[in-house]
Design a protein around this ligand. Sequence first.
Ligand SMILES: Cc1cc2nc3c(=O)[nH]c(=O)nc-3n(C[C@H](O)[C@H](O)[C@H](O)COP(=O)(O)OP(=O)(O)OC[C@H]3O[C@@H](n4cnc5c(N)ncnc54)[C@H](O)[C@@H]3O)c2cc1C
Length: 521
Amino acid sequence: MKRAPAETDFLVIGAGVAGLRAAIELSSAGRVTVLAKREVTESNTQWAQGGIAAALSDEDEIGLHLQDTLNAGDGLCNAEAVKVLVGEGPERIEELIQWGTEFDRNGTKLAFGREGAHSRSRILHAHGDSTGREIVRALYAKAKTSPSISVCEFEFSTQLQIAGGRVYGASLIDEAGETNQIAASAVLLASGGLGQLYRSTTNPLVATGDGVAMAFRAGAEISDMEFIQFHPTALYLKNAPRFLLSEALRGEGAYLRNSEMLRFMPKYHEMAELAPRDVVARAIVHELEISKMQDPVVYLDLTHLNARHLQERFPRIYSTCLLYNIDITTDLIPIRPAAHYSMGGVRTGLDGRTTLPGLYAAGEAAATGVHGANRLASNSLLEGLVFGARAGKAMRNELQQSNRLPAKTSAPVSARNEADAEKAIREIQDLMWQDAGIVRSGAGLKRTMERIKEIGPALINPQSRRGWEAQNLQLAAALVTRAAFARQESRGAHYRIDFPAHDDVHFCKHSVIRGESVRFE
Ligand SMILES: Cc1cc2nc3c(=O)[nH]c(=O)nc-3n(C[C@H](O)[C@H](O)[C@H](O)COP(=O)(O)OP(=O)(O)OC[C@H]3O[C@@H](n4cnc5c(N)ncnc54)[C@H](O)[C@@H]3O)c2cc1C
């Protein structure tokens, strides 16, 4: 296993789509060290199924992609960021294709799928439903051709190092629990999301909000944390992971049925099953509440669709469901919503710059405002590509400006009991699911905020990786609940039963947290 060096020019924390794309951009400017908490193949990117959106088809236009993204964002998108995303997206994808990414084709032409809230078929996919895996494969292969990029697996970054108000490196803990430090001219947080904050999530175990927690502890501004997207359709079976059943299934014509086998989405939204994700997730919660089943589920129904086409288009979903004795071509699939994506994160400008000199963020860890209050399906892989490349480009200029400081040895930390960390994580996940999930209220959020605060002191000075994850999740939970409590309205993925309407006068703004303050701007 390659250990991280004591010094590098550029440190990239994270090896998903954003981190790998940034590293490629940086490779001609100096030494690039990319860290992954576990294997490179363990990230949200790796699990992305449905695809990546871009206005590349003959029937599509960049302006339509822009409008769909703004509509889904429910009034809160940063329009400049969206223009960058949809405008630069096609070029970044052409580049991916040149680097060997094998998107599915009809004959020689790229094949475009359809997903919820998109007005055109514009979703590129690879090997049916393994788009993220194919993108990581191609980006990693490209990165490996550069001698200046080192990818170090199982290196867990715990803290950012700061001197004179500037970030100049990070502390690490490896798989064996040994600590280390790495100094760099500039640091990119590309550490992904925080789905593990919730009991039910589609995210892998690495998604514990480490980037947001590190940046907050270092004093950076954090934005839009109240906006967590819940995916409406995750497999729900006892003893099975909450495996995602891609939106593209509904794009192909799948129906949602309640416990009485009735198709219910048409009564909630004119776009029925293809309504925005928050609408579908809340409709499911409502159907679950009124269901007479003991452990209620709703069902995804594909049985009316062409069986051979489903097997070819969704080979991973087909084979995974078969492991649990569900043949998606003939059986109904039991589902419930699960935490899926964080629209908020470390606040950045359009080139990934955070509010701390020397620190950049891109991908799911960042908040550019590109998704507003609700992400449009298949826009996040694109975000990682576009803003990862932009952050890499901007960081290249930091090399000359930096006064590089020597790496320090880490301070001793007190022992932390693994079982206690595990117990705290379970409690945080339950609290967040219960009171800071799909449907929220002021009273529930207040209760959760208070309990999360009480858990805090017990998690200070972690020694193990799991101990750090517990502390990071506690901090991320505090940020989500503080922002959700302060936003006294409903918008996009944030739904308050005590404030069910928009309040544009006070809240058509981004929440920004720094230290103890929450403000809207
Ligand atoms: C099941 C699933 C399906 C999805 N489907 C789609 C889809 O079809 N289309 C779409 O656009 N989006 C989809 N998404 C969302 C999308 O995959 C992610 O938002 C996107 O891939 C995030 O990329 P990223 O590079 O920011 O982070 P990630 O891909 O999550 O990568 C994070 C990296 O950071 C590393 N890391 C984290 N913490 C640390 C630490 N402390 N120290 C060192 N390294 C660390 C991890 O090891 C990992 O390498 C899906 C997500 C999931 C979970």
